[in-house]
Ligand binder design. Structure first.
Ligand code: M6R
Length: 613
């Protein structure tokens, strides 16, 4: 949430690096954006604009900028305090514009600090908490930026990743992290700071991940790291193993459709080397060190939010049926306050694409405090969740750029299924059952190739229902989480009101809303609850409800009870089928949003990484 870029290096690289870094981070927030650079005569030029980065870029291109130095900061915003406006956009400055900063996070005690500074005669121009931080640092500034930042942070409560410049020290850039992410890229005499590595990879693969309570001081071409007590720290330099092309659209119109259609490939990457069909086992290199603990657990909790929570819901079913162990999916924003019963025999698996979600981080910390084993399933390499968990498994699906999560869900659910097999094999799961599941996991790419062919059909279907403003998704058992995820996906990208329900829950209230204006997307593929689903669908039809069915290839019966049918390939394992069904719903959501002419990759009000509570 909010993207930060900082640059120190070559004059001719400053604006390009800042703006291209912001474009890479735009999925983190896109309400408004801004840059600040220092001119040769040691004054700041700050340019800000409402809306997407391209608006800022146009403004920069149309402005006559005085000659400037090789240092600057930039920000793309997802509003927390104050509406999206030029005044509220970052960078923010101190009272006399001696310092400028960009910030990601929330300063919780901003009002208290603001009141004190107001009494000291400081004037505020925005509604943001960030301006308070800027004004405070400048208030404490007596010629040494590091000193001013350290002094100011003594009174600041909340979360921040911030990069600060001072006009009187035009060869210096300070960055601090607490709660929100920050990475430093090293490229010879150039330094690039970013909220995540995507802002950096076009320049370098060498990075330093900042931990909470750490500060980077880049001063006269040298960098040093210290803690907030000003004690020096030695930091490891990591190498990012990332293909830059993976973060580009590669000819597709949108990231969303690219990410949906690349699932046959990425799911192979996600499971590569981890399936051992000969012995019916699963091998996760990242869990080897904690396997002894895993064998001892008597309970599993799977933690996540949004799409990651819905994959956790599938995981809950997998663990109970395959590993025969009590399992529960927990929504991280609730879990952190719920006094959950956890002990050292609990295995908490935290799911997060970004690895940055604030609520999930808080849940992990709570679980660790209570003695649980906490592992992760994370996509973003080196992200905060990957680093604070005891051990974990990476999705290995490449960057997911579109705000709506698609391939990450598929990989998360597949990896959870594999976690359940891994644990199951230590708790009585037989070779034959494990091997059958493994061989169906291996077939996922084939199934996804077939679903990809439904692109045209889902487009036609979307155009038929494009003017409907209410939809309901129903499924049962393994397809109940898919109903929830299908509804979330279409809501996010199409702004259509959609609800996901268990088909069994339907007649306990929701059915009152059914009429010809509220179509039902029924996930009706063949599985152990198929007959129950058919009965539930009949109940909806008896109330004039229109049914759009997701059905198994060859199931002609479904045609007689549905208005429209999308046929998907059938897996021999009902644990695998929801992943196939979900991809068809992803295509439907994409086509619905695209048909409505919406910005499918950056839906309004959303951000890809939710780094505040
Ligand atoms: O990065 P995370 O997986 O922790 O993100 C969790 C949710 O914010 C995320 O899944 C969100 O619901 C997506 N926009 C869903 O498409």
């Amino acid at each position: 949430m909010c993207g930060i870029v900082g640059y120190y290096g070559k004059q001719d690289q400053v604006l390009d690096t800042l703006v291209s870094g912001l474009k890479r981070l735009e999925y983190r927030g896109y309400d408004s954006a801004g840059v600040a650079i220092i001119n040769k005569d040691q004054e700041f030029t700050c340019i800000k604009e409402v809306g997407k980065i391209k608006n800022l870029e146009n403004k920069i291109n149309n402005q006559n900028i005085p000659e400037f130095k090789g240092i600057g900061i930039a920000h793309t915003r997802w509003a927390t305090h104050g509406v999206p406006s030029v005044e509220n956009a970052h960078p923010h400055s101190g009272q006399d514009q001696k310092i400028f900063l960009v910030h990601n996070g929330i300063i919780e005690n901003y009002q208290e600090i603001k009141d004190k500074l107001t009494n000291e005669g400081v004037t505020f121009y925005s509604q943001t908490d960030t301006e308070v931080l800027a004004k405070l640092i400048e208030f404490n500034y007596t010629g040494d930026l590091k000193e001013a930042v350290l002094k100011s942070l003594e009174v600041v409560q909340g979360a921040y990743a911030t990069v600060v410049l001072a006009k009187n020290e035009p060869d210096r850039l300070i960055a601090v992290k607490k709660g929100s992410p920050m990475v430093l890229g090293l490229n010879g005499d150039e330094y690039i700071l970013g909220s995540d590595v995507s802002a950096i990879i076009s320049k370098t693969r060498e990075v330093i991940y900042l931990e909470d309570g750490e500060m980077i001081d880049i001063n006269n071409g040298q960098y040093s790291v210290c803690n907030l007590d000003n004690q020096s720290l030695d930091k490891d330099i990591h190498n990012i193993d990332w293909d830059e092309d993976a973060a580009s659209k590669e000819g597709y119109e949108h990231f969303l459709i690219k990410e949906i259609l690349e699932q046959p490939k990425v799911i192979k990457d996600s499971v590569r080397g981890r399936l051992l069909p000969d012995t019916g086992d699963i091998k996760f290199g990242g869990l080897i060190d904690v396997m002894d603990k895993i064998k001892e657990v008597n309970r599993v909790i799977i933690l996540g939010i949004g799409t990651s929570f819905y994959s956790a819901k599938l995981g809950e079913l997998y663990f109970e049926s395959i590993a025969n162990i009590p399992a529960k999916a927990e929504m991280s924003p609730e879990f952190r306050y719920n006094d959950a019963v956890i002990d050292d025999k609990t295995w908490v698996i935290a799911i997060s694409q970004s690895g940055e979600t604030a609520d999930t981080i808080a849940g992990i910390e709570e679980a660790k405090r209570k003695g649980a084993l906490v592992t992760g399933i994370v996509n973003s390499v080196g992200s905060p969740i990957a680093r604070i968990t005891d051990a974990g498994v990476y999705n290995q699906i490449g960057p997911e750029i579109s705000v709506a999560s698609t391939k990450a869900f598929t990989s998360q659910a597949t990896l959870l299924l594999m976690h359940a097999i891994l644990l199951g094999r230590t708790r009585g799961l037989g070779y034959t059952q494990a091997e059958e599941l493994i061989s169906e996991i291996k077939k996922l790419p084939e199934y996804f190739e077939k679903v990809a062919l439904l692109r045209g059909e889902t487009k036609e279907l979307a155009s038929k229902y494009i003017n409907y403003d209410n939809l309901v998704y129903v499924g049962r058992k393994y397809n109940y989480p898919i109903a929830l995820e299908g509804a979330l996906k279409i809501k996010e990208v199409s702004y259509v009101h959609a609800e996901g329900l268990s088909a069994g829950e339907f007649k306990h209230g929701f059915i009152a809303l059914i009429d010809e204006k509220m179509p039902t997307i029924a996930i009706l593929t063949k599985d152990s609850v198929y007959d129950k689903m058919v009965s539930n669908v009949e109940e909806i039809r008896a109330r004039n409800g229109k049914i759009i069915a997701i059905a198994s290839e060859g199931d002609e019966r479904v045609e007689s009870i549905s208005e429209d049918v999308i046929y998907v390939p059938r897996s021999t394992k009902e644990e695998i089928q929801p992943l196939i069904n979900n991809m068809a719903l992803q295509l439907l959501a994409y086509n619905f949003a695209h048909g409505r002419g919406l910005d499918v990759d950056k839906p309004r009000n959303l951000a890809k990484s939710v780094t505040v509570e």
